[in-house]
Design a binder for this molecule. Structure first.
Ligand code: ZN
Length: 158
């Protein structure tokens, strides 16, 4: 069947930056499964998947799928607001406790009591290329439709 609204799509992908450096590769784990048409996937990628079938593969390059980098996104926060016990390292991601819940940020500078973090998404401002292989397309169950996500391997487990 063709991928349409409320199809459950299972696919493998390799994500590369514009220099061809592999940032993520699903082949090391389960293929991911998602419910099509619910805006849960990177927007340009979901548009490209629309109408395709199991066994299809394609490559798509998207400019700033995670948005542009915002200036003025460096914030100084007390180290005690970190959501992890792991020591923060400049240039590496860490997780902050915020009023909206845990949030991944990049560490810019580490001081004695405070750290400077960049709250842009780590992929903000990046042109990304996805190599996609569609493994399976099926109709969602009534339960998946009501939950708004796919169940089973690569989807939500609960
Ligand atoms: Zn569910």
């Amino acid at each position: 069947m063709n991928i349409a609204q409320d199809s459950v799509v299972t696919f493998h992908y390799r994500l590369k930056d514009k220099d061809g450096i592999v940032l993520e590769d699903s082949h090391d784990r389960d293929a991911i499964a998602y419910l099509h048409g619910r805006n849960t996937m990177v927007p340009g990628l979901e548009a490209e998947l629309d109408g395709k079938n199991a066994g299809d593969s394609f490559t798509v390059t998207l400019e700033n799928p995670y948005g542009v980098r915002k200036e003025g996104s460096i914030q100084r926060v007390p180290i005690k607001h970190l959501a992890t016990k792991k020591k923060p390292i400049a240039g590496s991601p860490t997780v902050l406790n915020t009023e909206q819940g845990p949030r991944e940020v990049m560490v810019v500078k580490v001081g004695r009591f405070n750290i400077d973090v960049d709250t842009n998404h780590p992929y903000a401002g990046k042109t990304l290329t996805y190599d996609v292989e569609i493994v399976d397309v099926r109709e969602a169950t009534a339960e998946e439709v009501s939950h708004g996500h796919a169940h089973g391997p690569g989807g939500h487990q609960h």
